[in-house]
Design a protein around this ligand. Sequence first.
Ligand code: FA5
Length: 362
Amino acid sequence: MIERIEEIEVEAVADVGAADSTAALEEARVRYLGRKGELTSILRGIAEIEPSRLGAVGAAANHTRKTIEALIDERLEALEAAELEASLVEDRIDVTLPGSPARAVGHLHPITRTRRLIEDVMIGLGYQVMEGPEIEHDFYNFTALNHPEDHPARMLQDTFYVDVSGPVEVEGEGPRDVLLRTHTSPMQVRAMEAEPPPIFMIVPGKTYRRDSDATHSPMFHQVEGLAVGEGITLADLKGTLLAMLREIFGPDRQIRMRPHFFPFTEPSVEFDVSCFRCDGTGNLPDGARCGLCKGIGWIELGGAGMVDPNVFGFVSESGYDPDSVTGFAFGFGIERIAMLRHGVGDLRLFFDNDVRLLEQFS
Ligand code: FA5
């Protein structure tokens, strides 16, 4: 029996030494020290050995078990170290390399970028940026802006009304009193209610109309501008628009105003910027008609005018006395500016969320 134990030890020394991986070593451990191993059965059956040999066999088996255990521990340490070393060499990660595949980095939507550009320019001119509600009262959208009761813009085919009738009756708010603002101009009155003169502010934001074609969408963005103080004139309006549009379209741009009508400004104008493709000539260098301004040399941008004294009448309690203050207001579409800057022919493309288009503005 003792001889067999010694043989087992010799075999184990050879097998453990030959194990070239932690997995092979584990197999050897199970073979020699596991529950079904030969040495374990010898130790388990020791009680049946005749008493005179019991001490010697037990001591030999225990000695061999301890020797094998120590060998395995030593070999395991060496194999683990070698395997770790190998995996460090093999799996080395260069953290300076881009991910695979490289992650696309997002960017701002062209409308947001255009809005921010306009904001930056106007902040540079001393204007503050304000925000207002998209769901608006008829009062601010129309009445306080001097629209008569029967003004066509108030009709259902132009304006989205919000039906607020419901379980809770709000006094005076029938279905026609709440709407999606059709322009950012209601913020003229809200801003003047909130702050006394002088005031210089712009309001960028979403606006809604029942419109849909290549240059009109049901939801679009406008920027409103308002400047009220003592002695402000139409010349100040022209200078302000010129400064803003030169920042956006280039230093050589000119501006022109054409008489127009808005209920809340008097006089009212529409303003155009000289075409930046043909430099206002209407013709391209090869003599062809300029497609951007359609040969006119001017590009229509928005509406403006001097604040109508009737509008001041709605905010006289906030210090806007039409006899002592004057002011101008202007409003234009952000999509129109973005279309011109980026040469996009159909404004609806901005809202399709097609990445093939959007990633061109990165
Ligand atoms: C107005 O909305 C006036 N509130 C502008 C104003 C402000 C005048 C202050 C005087 C003083 P108008 O309806 O023309 O004006 O719209 C201004 C601009 O908004 C247009 O020139 C156009 O660029 C843009 N716009 C109007 N409707 C749409 C639409 N459905 N989709 C995209 N842009 C539009």
